[in-house]
Write a protein of this length. Structure first.
Length: 214
């Protein structure tokens, strides 16, 4: 735990905050906006069709992201009965969040590319901004990949439940709470990070590769 609260670790947490807030806000807004466009105004009526981070941040998920580098925002309420095609539309709403994170990562990497193209002076201020942006890329790739895991209540579980035959889907739903507890244990022990960490590194490399940065 000492490493978590070292000066360097705390500084990195501070630098990561803009990327976290940006990622959470756009992720949940993307869910709410997609649901609204597909006919469900539940999130809109509850004030979630907004980019205001206050409306979306879950305190526990936020702290988890800072401490163990994986976390979540407050889930956007969705009523699938308002959709014309419930299964398809629920999957579209679910995938919208991770896609928004990947797009943000690509945009942020593009800003870093502009720094390189215009040969921005290498000073403390620029280094700090570049670090914040770079961590934003990593955070948003991480949020996108983490939320695609087929584990309740993550977005990937909605994709899995809608793709599975009903009898298997219902059976998995029965054990949702148990699966979630197991996920939290894996998070705190670092096992989950060891599993998807390489995927995040690959994703970051892919995003930078788009601009020829790596």
């Amino acid at each position: 735990m000492g490493d978590i609260f070292s000066i360097e670790a705390l500084k990195m947490m501070l630098y990561a905050l803009p990327g976290i807030i940006l990622g959470f806000s756009f992720h949940e807004f993307a869910h709410a906006f997609t649901a609204y466009k597909l006919g469900d105004d539940t999130a809109k009526n509850q004030g979630r069709l907004t980019l205001d981070p206050v409306a979306h941040i879950d305190p526990v998920g936020f702290i988890m992201l800072l401490l163990v580098h994986f976390g979540w925002a407050k889930p956007v309420p969705v009523n699938t009965r308002n959709f014309k095609y419930p299964k398809r539309d629920d999957m579209l709403v679910s995938i919208a969040g991770p896609i928004s994170n990947f797009l943000i990562a690509i945009l942020l990497a593009g800003i870093i590319k502009l720094f390189i193209v215009f040969n921005v002076p290498d000073n403390f201020f620029v280094q700090t901004i570049a670090t914040v942006i770079g961590l934003g890329v990593v955070v948003n790739i991480g949020l996108g990949i983490f939320n695609l895991l087929p584990i309740p209540p993550l977005d990937g579980s909605h994709l899995l439940f809608n793709l599975l035959p009903p009898k298997y889907s219902y059976k998995l739903m029965e054990y949702s709470n148990v699966i979630m507890i197991i996920m939290l244990v894996l998070l705190f022990t670092g096992v989950l990070g060891g599993i998807i960490g390489p995927a995040i590194e690959w994703g970051v490399g892919l995003v930078y590769g788009i601009y020829g940065i790596m």
